[in-house]
Design a protein. Structure first.
Length: 466
């Protein structure tokens, strides 16, 4: 098993998978079912890394059934974590949550630090995918501390890479770059070629963010060559997508479109909807710059549908922000403002201050176009009321607030047209205290209905108002 892991770290996924198959078959022939289950779990992980997540999921589920037959909690938790990782790759976060929680409960009960650290890492991946960056950051940090205590240098370097990626998403590139340097040094020491290429891609992302495109381009090219030589299609596609963003920064938009289209084809072939949706959003942004708005609009809509199906709030917010900018450029401020508001709600649910600030800045231009104050909480401007219809005055034409003495509620006539029921001759104070609710059947707040029987005021208010 250690040899298979070594081969996988060096990028030879096919040889590692073949070794796992051989080990599982030999273990079954020796009636060593526990070792066969471990080999099957590792094979499932390797299939997922090679882009065959569905096959890996089927393999992991078979391993889980066998582990449950053995009634071995450690093996059951190992299989559950393998299944959860594959479900995360497939975008099925709710199902993955069930398996991760069960595995973490088992690991805590057994006191198995290795299993607990692995579970925390998978749970952090899940938090990251579902838009909970602060929880993910805490779990990545906890998992890294556990791997450091255990002394597993390979897992420690992977933990540093995952933590650096999370810090990069949260807008802390300097800390992320320092962690990347440590992880790269450790992976080079361990001769893990595949892991080195992954860290180099992350370093290139950070350098591009920090305004060093030449260094970033060099790292992207080196990382892409290594991943393509290993046959790692998923990581190669991720690098191509990131490289497209850098090419666009350098003014090579057409080359960026070609690289992004290649990445999209790969993700669709691998059956990875989450990565495909993110790539569609990136490609749509490039097409907008080339003046191909109609194609970009179709890509944005397809990406939004996928994000909604996967409950990917982060991806949804990014796509909504980009789509709203496109609508604003096309001269559709009301539609753009509605999309901006949806994006703002998504980002506020993620608790990302940076994203909230970016969307609010974009909304300011739209609000100015619509003639609405920027401090107006981004509400759509109200249309003028149809005053004078049927000889009545529209409620929206009366912007005053109505508050009865001692009344428990305030009704805004400018935003909530309604009518109140009041009997002839009844004091307004009694009626306000009776707890009657407004009836929405008539548009004016000053048109009273005498046909409905009012609710009797309570004894307390009758004594007080006597």
């Amino acid at each position: 098993m250690q040899q298979a892991r070594r081969l996988a770290s060096n990028g030879d996924l096919a040889a590692a998978l073949a070794l796992c198959e051989k080990s599982a078959a030999e273990s079954r022939s020796r009636q060593d079912i526990a070792l066969a289950v471990e080999a099957d779990c590792l094979a499932a992980e390797l299939l997922g890394a090679g882009g065959e997540s569905e096959r890996g999921l089927a393999r992991g589920e078979c391993a889980l059934v066998v582990a449950q037959g053995l009634d071995d909690p450690r093996l059951i938790a190992t299989a559950q974590l393998a299944i959860a990782e594959l479900l995360i790759q497939l975008g099925r976060s709710r199902a993955a949550t069930v398996y991760v929680d069960a595995a973490l409960t088992t690991a805590q009960g057994l006191g198995n630090l290795r299993l607990l650290a692995a579970g925390q890492g998978v749970r952090a991946d899940l938090f990251c995918q579902t838009g909970k960056p602060h929880q993910a950051l805490q779990l990545y940090t906890d998992a890294l501390q556990l791997w450091t205590e255990i002394g597993d240098e390979t897992r420690r370097a992977r933990g540093q890479t995952a933590l650096a990626a999370m810090l990069s998403q949260m807008g802390r590139p300097q800390e992320a770059l320092a962690l990347c340097a440590e992880a790269l040094q450790l992976q080079q020491k361990l001769h893990n070629v595949r892991e080195v290429a992954i860290v180099q891609t992350l370093q290139a992302d950070l350098l591009a963010q920090m305004g060093q495109p030449e260094k970033a381009a060099s790292l992207y090219a080196e990382s892409l060559r290594a991943k393509q030589a290993m046959g790692d299609r998923r990581e190669s596609a991720r690098t191509q997508r990131a490289q497209a963003g850098l090419l666009n920064q350098l003014g090579q938009t057409q080359a960026a479109v070609v690289a992004c289209e290649a990445a999209l084809v790969t993700f669709e072939a691998l059956g990875d909807p989450r990565e495909a949706a993110a790539t569609q959003t990136t490609l749509a942004g490039l097409l907008v710059q080339l003046g191909r708005d109609d194609e970009a609009l179709l890509l944005y809509e397809a990406s939004l549908r996928t994000c909604q199906e996967l409950d990917d709030r982060r991806g949804m917010a990014v796509t909504q922000h980009a789509l709203a900018n496109l609508l604003r450029q096309q001269g559709k401020p009301r539609a753009a403002l509605a999309i901006f508001q949806a994006a703002l709600r998504s980002v506020e649910a993620l608790d990302e201050r940076r994203g909230v600030a970016m969307i609010q800045l974009s909304m300011a231009d739209v609000l100015a176009q619509l003639g609405q104050p920027i401090g107006g909480a981004g509400k759509l401007p109200e249309r003028p009321a149809s005053a004078g219809r049927s000889g009545r005055t529209g409620a929206r034409s009366r912007p005053a607030r109505f508050r009865w003495p001692g009344c428990w509620s305030t009704w805004d006539a400018a935003t909530r047209p309604c009518s109140f029921t009041k009997p002839h001759g009844a004091p307004a104070r009694h009626w306000a205290k009776s707890g009657a609710r407004p009836s929405p059947r008539k548009p004016s707040p000053i048109i009273w209905r005498a046909t409905e029987k009012p609710r009797k005021p309570s004894l307390f208010w009758r004594r007080r108002c006597a």
